[in-house]
Design a protein around this ligand. Structure first.
Ligand code: URA
Length: 196
């Protein structure tokens, strides 16, 4: 009999929690796998857990998470309606940028999460998440624009790049662009569903 999404993700989560492909697992308190609705139409992908996320094992629960929650509310969505994860499942020390080899090691986990959840729309948060799917493009040039991309063993997926909430918090102009991009989500999702 075919496994349900919940069973598939639980099996994957057990494997992820035993991962020692890179050294980040040595210094963390919790692995931060993801949070939300397994049947979500929208999957948000951030960069890596921070201090708060590492402490509790839940993504986006600090200041960036509060912005994300507020923006979701602005389009009548809650955390429970979407799924939220990161490229890296373990916190880099002192919140430093992810190293290319860490992204490389962690990417197969993310791909398996995408395969199981099978969202209609993937929203990348920040440049590291964007460059995982579209290397060498600049977030300032492509944010808010919808792309079709091919993912290993999955096929074509719709990617919508956004600035990272932390960047929106730090810069007023970026905050305005972030809010404008967020407001596009309902119409983009409606169009995707119409085309399917
Ligand atoms: N920033 C991220 O990219 N991810 C988190 O989970 C928290 C902050």
């Amino acid at each position: 009999m075919r496994m349900t999404k919940k069973e598939q993700l639980s099996k994957l989560n057990i494997k992820m929690s035993k991962c020692s492909k890179c050294l980040l697992h040595c210094g963390n308190s919790h692995i931060v796998i993801g949070d939300g609705n397994l049947d979500a139409e929208i999957l948000f992908i951030g960069e890596a857990p921070g201090k708060n996320e590492d402490k509790l094992g839940i993504p986006f629960i600090g200041s960036s998470g509060r912005i994300l929650d507020k923006m979701l509310e602005s389009i009548n969505l809650k955390r429970e309606d979407v799924y939220i994860t990161n490229i890296l499942k373990c916190r880099p020390p002192e919140n430093r940028d992810p190293l290319p080899e860490e992204v490389y090691d962690c990417q197969p986990w993310l791909e398996q999460q995408i395969k199981i959840i099978n969202p209609k729309l993937i929203i990348t948060l920040g440049r590291f998440s964007l460059n995982c799917f579209l290397p060498e493009v600049k977030i300032s040039q492509v944010h808010g624009e919808l792309f079709d991309i091919e993912i290993n063993n999955i096929g074509t997926k719709k990617i919508l790049p956004f600035y990272h909430p932390a960047a929106a918090r730090q810069n007023r102009k970026t905050r305005v662009l972030f809010e404008e991009d967020f407001a596009k989500i309902p119409a983009i999702l409606k169009q995707i569903k119409k085309e399917q």
